[in-house]
Write a protein that binds this ligand. Structure first.
Ligand SMILES: [Fe+2]
Ligand SMILES: [Fe+2]
Length: 198
């Protein structure tokens, strides 16, 4: 299929999300564009990934199976049990097969926006952080995260965000997706060796 225009993608997303989540998506797109300028990634890719990242957030349980069958989606044991985790995977397929977004960097930025993963591309990092620091977000450490993310320290921002999420999940007695641990370990290792190498 031919890739939908940005306007058409925006319209599709709007139709699939409640107003509050659509507003969040606009906020993420805006933050992602700002970050893309700081970190030198393609602005339009950041915008499209930002707009589309949560497109599958309101997929109904019976629809998940339809998607899985239709697009031959593999959900791991964690994602299978939780829309909080699977919406990013499903969303990446919606972007690809329903919006015609075949750019694998954009698809991956949507796919990994919830958990992160080891060795993320700069676009993946930008979308991961934009999701957390867009202007509608309000939680304890959001200002610190904004300062780091918009201050050229996106890796530190991601480590802090992951620490925060992981501790929150532990406190609630919930399961942590291994990709989040891998994302954190990767960045901590990178930092360690970068400092040692100086
Ligand atoms: Fe999300
Ligand atoms: Fe989001």
């Amino acid at each position: 299929m031919i890739r939908l225009s940005n306007e058409a993608i925006l319209e599709e997303v709007k139709n699939r999300l409640p107003e509050k989540r659509f507003k969040h998506s606009l906020g993420v797109a805006e933050a992602a564009v700002k970050l893309s300028k700081i970190y030198g990634v393609d602005e339009n890719s950041a915008y499209v990934a930002g707009i589309a990242h949560d497109v599958a957030k309101y997929t109904k349980p019976h629809e998940i199976e339809d998607y899985v069958n239709k697009y031959e989606i593999y959900l791991d044991e964690y994602e299978e049990r939780s829309l909080a985790l699977s919406h990013s995977i499903l969303g990446s397929y919606v972007a690809r097969y329903e919006f015609g977004v075949f750019d694998s960097d954009i698809v991956n930025a949507i796919r990994y926006h919830t958990t992160g993963r080891a060795d993320m591309s700069m676009l993946e990092k930008v979308v991961f952080m934009a999701d957390l620091v867009e202007e509608g977000r309000d939680f304890q450490i959001v200002d610190e995260l904004r300062e780091l993310a918009f201050g050229g320290k996106i890796d530190d921002a991601i480590i802090m965000a992951l620490d925060n999420t992981i501790m929150f999940v532990i406190k609630k007695g919930q399961i942590i997706h291994p990709r989040s641990i891998e994302a954190r370990n990767f960045l901590i290792n990178l930092k360690k060796y970068t400092i040692q190498g100086k």
